[in-house]
Design a protein around this ligand. Structure first.
Ligand SMILES: Nc1ncnc2c1ncn2[C@@H]1O[C@H](COP(=O)(O)OP(=O)(O)O)[C@@H](O)[C@H]1O
Ligand SMILES: [Mg+2]
Length: 266
């Protein structure tokens, strides 16, 4: 297998609030390899989002304690970086897209404005050049008339269109890794497939490794190479998707598969 782009070792996370301490992640370890599409599966509350957020350093330190033996991105340890270093990594080497793009998009700026600022901020482009790049990025996610989309405000787009804008933004800096947290859960099934197809195609074209967080085993079967199964903050099983479906080991994985009868690997 290709070498890992991201290596997470013994990541543990606790949440503190008025003297109460909750263990949210317990010794999570996994690798994401070059060009791979890795699924992170588990029921709601199992710790999938917190895994992503702790890798990106997004959890406020006043309430969250994060410890890890290593969180290595292309060989350099993110856990050892100060906030200023992490800020450079976010959106440049690792991008993330969320379930509800409206929370990630700013309602008072046009799509063009927000997309351009990714190119000026992270790629050091001038305004003119950024405009051209932004149009091209929208074209790459399948918008036939990028100029029109550029002038829209987020609320003027459908959910599927917004999520494609998010993909364009996330891919703008040619990240090594894209973490997509239930990116299509809020969409209807047809739109879901369009958005995922776009995401996966673009990722493969650009050589971006994908960590796809989902609770939908149909999506795992159709799009992913390997899967991590998470339960109560622990990874209880990891296997190739083929192996997972043919020969699930953990009782929770078996239960998941039973409840998703009909899902079959590609
Ligand atoms: N804001 C919060 N305050 C306190 N605990 C939280 C908060 N967010 C998440 N948690 C705890 O972290 C666990 C994992 O949450 P999360 O990673 O969001 O789960 P998932 O994404 O798998 O649905 C939850 O079960 C909950 O106990
Ligand atoms: Mg979540």
């Amino acid at each position: 297998m290709n070498k890992p782009v991201l290596s997470v070792r013994q990541l543990s996370v606790t949440h503190r609030l008025s003297g109460r301490v909750v263990n949210v992640l317990d010794q999570v370890s996994f690798d994401l390899h070059q060009g791979e599409i890795l699924a992170l599966v588990g029921q709601s509350g199992s710790g999938k989002t917190k895994t992503a957020e702790s890798i990106l350093g997004l959890l406020p330190p006043d309430r969250w304690d994060i410890s890890a033996q290593a969180i290595e991105l292309n060989g350099s340890d993110l856990a050892a970086l100060p906030e200023s270093g992490l800020r450079k990594i976010r959106g440049r080497s690792i991008s993330m897209i969320f379930q509800e793009p409206l929370t990630a998009l700013d309602p008072v700026f046009t799509v063009g404005n927000q997309l351009c600022s990714v190119f000026t901020r992270h790629r050091g482009q001038r305004r003119r050049e950024a405009q051209t790049s932004a149009q091209a990025a929208l074209g790459r996610v399948g918008f036939p008339d990028p100029g029109h989309v550029m002038r829209r405000y987020p609320h003027q787009l459908s959910g599927g269109m917004r999520q494609r804008v998010m993909i364009a933004m996330a891919m703008a800096c040619r990240p090594s890794i894209l973490i997509a947290d239930e990116p299509t859960t809020a969409l209807d099934v047809t739109t879901q497939a369009q958005v995922l197809d776009q995401l996966v195609q673009l990722g493969q074209k650009d050589g971006v490794s994908l960590l796809l967080i989902t609770h939908d085993l149909g999506i795992v079967a159709q799009y992913c190479d390997r899967a991590l199964v998470m339960l109560d903050g622990k990874i209880v099983e990891q296997a190739s998707v083929e192996e997972l479906f043919a020969n699930p080991r953990h009782v929770y994985t078996k239960a998941l598969l039973n409840s998703a009868a009909g899902a079959k690997p590609k």
